[in-house]
Design a protein around this ligand. Sequence first.
Ligand SMILES: O=C(CO)COP(=O)(O)O
Length: 252
Amino acid sequence: MRRKIVAGNWKMNKNVIDAQQLMVQLLSYKNNNATNCEVWIAPPSLYLMMAKDIFEKDEIGVFSQDMSEHESGAYTGEISADMLESIDATGSLIGHSERRQYHGETDSHCNRKIKLALDKGLIPVYCNGETLEQRKAGQHFEVVKNQTEVALFTLSAEEIKKVVIAYEPVWAIGTGETASPEQAQEIHAHIRNIIAAKYGQEVADEVSILYGGSVKPDNAKEIFSQPDIDGGLIGGAALKLEDFSKIIEAFN
Ligand SMILES: O=C(CO)COP(=O)(O)O
């Protein structure tokens, strides 16, 4: 059985008081409601240790939004896989489109980060997806194939099973525009087929593939009901318990 996951990417939002408040709300929600999926959050790195304190029984998985491709050293502003391991973080997002767009991150960087994360026992959530121009030009299948191969195909079968992929079409992020459930399913199946062609169907069937891009309480159920969609990576709607909990409940 593939793991089912609803993950919230908080991006660069909330001061420490607001962050703490939402974490406490999430803990109370989790303790009072049975959920049919794992719940993860990726708060700003400044709040990761606070999150680990609040979710002391690992009720909610704690992820960084990015990590360094280097092991340690003179890389001002970065956090390493080793640091994340040392606070017992669950994993890290890797290759989010905003990292690609504003910080020049490529799939080769992602490949190194994913390797480092796995070596430290962290779950890499590898994000990919095409831009609007690429989709309009009919290149989305090719773009996603290339991204997946460059970022993941140096991994062993055992390693790739531990990776979570988040397909996030850039044109659907923060725009209110969502890929239709059929459009998302088509790419998710495509990604699974690419993995199956290299590692075999059994391995591909174990890789969880999340959808991200304007998932909201009113569209989550339809998106999550697609056979190759194993959950969501949620941006804006993860910032309020009211919305995020409804998305979690789309699995009920
Ligand atoms: O980028 C995203 C999650 O990583 C999606 O963001 P939105 O849900 O705000 O579109």
